[in-house]
Design a protein around this ligand. Structure first.
Ligand code: COI
Length: 354
């Protein structure tokens, strides 16, 4: 077993921090001075190191490049008003990471590397946590197969890394989404619940076609009827109908068990807003809109946080929303931001000090 003290640390000789304009931080563009890297070989994790951010040397036959055994997580760290760095619900991401790993025939990453490694890495690079509203330090743990061979079988060796990226909002503006009727993201028995790289590769063409029509992302539907709503490209989705917040249920394994999604459910319940996790059909949503009963639609995700939705298109029905409609989403965002910034009590123990 690896103890946190077994992580070898080599610090950079020159920080890049002064080269970055911390007032302008597009999502995922800049990386901090250090990264964590660990190797899995012979059934155990070895060589756990924090070192200066650098390129990797890889063999061109690396199995993850050919067959996609690659998973990741997205987590955020914030600084409270006393300058204390706090990570939002990292244990939930840790659990989900190992669920993705199991589905993709990859080894578990132990807590001593995932959580303790992350804590040590953030401690070293804590000056990179932006202080600005809607900004944070985005944490990207990921693992990929490193066997150099072309046979299709689970790799026996892996690398696990953690990168840190100071970042602003993923969607700086309210979103326009289109209900996807041609492509499929996930079907029961597939990998929709896992955060594996291939899910995102498969989604690119649908998002590109949506963008050609002036939309930001697609709202995925089921594989059989293209009617049952799943999630938006990079986030879970909520519909507020008759003042009830409805979000697609996780039971089919076709959507991601979002950490922001479940935090929002908790906050809505605390606000005494009824929440339903269930199957929801696009016809129910369009009917509610036509009858004036669809109050708002919003997305939730680590990168996206709470994303207001201004337009949803399904066939020739265009559902539009504006500032005055985003009441519940704005209130939920305010409450979540207050917990993250340390301005409201963290009654659920979501904020983990580094
Ligand atoms: C996240 O919200 O952290 C995600 O992983 C979405 C990402 C692909 C931008």
């Amino acid at each position: 077993m690896i103890a946190a003290t077994d992580i070898r640390v080599t610090k950079t000789e020159r920080s890049k921090l002064q080269d970055i304009d911390m007032r302008n931080l597009p999502f995922g563009k800049y990386f901090t001075d250090h990264m964590l890297e660990a190797e899995y070989d012979n059934g155990q994790w070895v060589k756990v190191e924090i070192k200066p951010y650098q390129h990797l040397m890889i063999d061109p036959s690396l199995t993850s490049l050919h067959y996609g055994q690659s998973i990741f997580e997205g987590i955020k760290a914030y600084k409270d008003e006393h300058g204390q760095a706090l990570i939002f619900r990292p244990y939930d991401n840790f659990k989900r990471f190992n669920i993705s790993a199991a589905r993709m025939c990859m080894p578990d990453v132990p807590e001593e590397i995932f959580i303790e490694g992350m804590r040590q890495l953030i401690t070293i690079d804590k000056d990179w946590i932006p202080a600005k509203k809607d900004h944070s330090l985005y944490i990207r743990p990921f693992m990929f197969a490193t066997d150099a061979m072309l046979g299709v079988r689970p790799s026996q060796t892996y690398k696990f890394l953690i990168l840190l990226s100071p970042t602003g909002p993923y969607y700086p503006k309210p979103m326009k989404i289109i209900v996807e009727e041609k492509y499929t993201r996930a079907a029961p028995g597939g990998v929709g619940f896992a955060k594996n790289a291939g899910n995102y590769a498969g989604s690119l063409i649908a998002a590109a076609e949506a963008q050609k029509q002036g939309y930001d992302q697609v709202l995925w539907t089921d594989a059989f009827e293209h009617k049952w709503l799943q999630e938006v490209g990079t986030m879970n989705v909520f519909f507020v109908i008759d003042h009830v917040a409805i979000t697609p249920s996780l039971d089919e394994g076709t959507i991601l068990d979002g950490i922001t999604r479940k935090s929002v459910i908790t906050i809505l319940e605390e606000m005494n807003v009824p929440v339903e996790e269930r199957h929801i059909n696009v016809d129910e949503v369009t009917r509610a809109y036509t009858e004036g009963r669809l109050q708002e639609v919003f997305g939730t995700g680590t990168a996206a946080t709470i994303a207001m939705v201004e337009k949803v298109k399904y066939k020739d029905v265009i559902m539009e929303f504006g500032e005055k409609d985003w009441t519940l989403s704005a209130e939920v965002k305010k409450r979540l931001d207050a917990i993250r910034d340390g301005k409201a009590p963290d009654t659920h123990g979501w904020m983990v000090p580094v």
